[in-house]
Write a protein that binds this ligand. Structure first.
Ligand code: ADP
Length: 323
């Protein structure tokens, strides 16, 4: 039984790792997939977690299962298939350390998760159920994800959602928007980047865009990440913005997932009432989540980059003013 259960893609990220002696780019094999990264960060902070997804019956799939297990994440909901290989994604970093992706997924095992493979009892016993949009970009994992989310909502479990827009995985921008917004209908906590806010609402104005999503979709806690600048939050009519922690950035891969984990961790550990947040509570939540996100940028990759609770508390107690 775990406090936080998530569903979604589990894959191998090949992350740039300098140049070979023959001047060819090298790639490091990192475990990846946003929902698994979020659980890895939560497990590192000390929470109990379980993952639901699918990998190929191949060496990469076995390695991913071992990595999750070794990170303290339950894998009884991880299915395997011989019908497709474990999904691969190559990460491209620009000079700022910002990422773009090439997916090797035609199909990848993560897309083949079937609704009947979702362990509903595991969801029913959790406190927070987390998902993203990558697993909604193709069938049957779209139906598996949405049926799990609807079930969690019916059971009164707090539903957390990070759409994580990856345009390369959708047939069109309209299709991506339609399904991302479908997921939002069931979500209590939502995290978007400023770019995603604009993509979904047509405005990059934080107040206006966050109000639109919160009111239209009934989102209780709407979080907007602003990269190194920090983050913004709306809970009903209460809003807050907290600036980021200055750190030496190596790779931003795990930042958003670390931030998401920090927010979920705070909601659970502080017993935050999402229907009536106070200003100080959401500022505290943003400070904690910013600290997890910032620390995740100081190391390469997603799962291996997640910080311990001690590291987060140490950074959090350093100076960090509201925006
Ligand atoms: P995503 O776009 O995946 O949501 P971001 O890149 O905005 O994620 O990062 C999430 C959070 O991580 C930010 O809100 C911030 O708190 C922290 N973070 C990201 N980049 C930096 C950075 N360069 N310096 C400090 N903190 C950062």
């Amino acid at each position: 039984m775990a406090d936080i259960v998530s569903i979604g893609e589990l894959l191998i990220d090949f992350t740039p790792y300098g140049m070979s002696e023959f001047d060819q780019p090298l790639y490091e094999r990192n475990p990846g997939g946003a929902p698994a990264n979020v659980l890895a960060a939560l497990a590192k902070l000390g929470s109990s977690t379980e993952f639901i997804g699918k990998v190929g019956d191949d060496a990469f799939g076995r390695e991913l299962a071992e990595i999750l297990n070794g990170g303290g994440i339950g894998i009884s909901g991880l299915a395997r298939t011989e019908k497709a290989r474990t999904t691969l994604a190559f990460v491209h970093l620009d000079h700022q350390g910002d990422r773009s992706f090439s997916f090797y997924r035609n199909p990848g095992a993560d897309q083949l998760l079937e609704p009947y493979e979702v362990p509903l009892d595991m969801i029913a016993r959790s406190k927070v159920f987390h998902f993203g949009s990558v697993s909604m970009s193709a069938e049957p994992s779209r139906s598996a994800t949405l049926s799990a989310v609807r079930y969690a909502k019916e059971q009164g479990i707090v539903v957390s959602y990070d759409p994580n827009l990856r345009p390369a995985l959708w047939n069109s921008a309209d299709e991506a928007r339609e399904w991302i917004l479908e997921g939002m209908k069931y979500s209590d906590i939502v995290k978007v980047s400023k770019e995603e806010l604009e993509f979904l609402t047509g405005t990059e104005d934080l107040d206006q865009g966050s109000r639109m999503l919160a009111e239209r979709y009934g989102v209780s806690l709407l979080l907007v990440t602003l990269g190194g600048q920090g983050s913004y939050c709306r809970c009903g009519s209460v809003t807050a913005a907290v600036s980021g922690f200055p750190v030496k950035v190596v790779d931003t891969t795990g930042a958003g997932d670390g931030f998401m984990a920090g927010a979920i961790y705070t909601v659970l550990s502080k017993g935050l009432a999402l229907s009536s947040c106070k200003q100080e509570e959401i500022e505290e939540l943003l400070r904690f989540a910013n600290a997890v996100g910032a620390l995740a940028t100081t190391r390469k990759g997603g799962i291996p980059a997640m910080p311990s609770l001690e590291e987060v508390l140490a950074l959090k107690s350093s100076r960090n003013e509201p925006l």
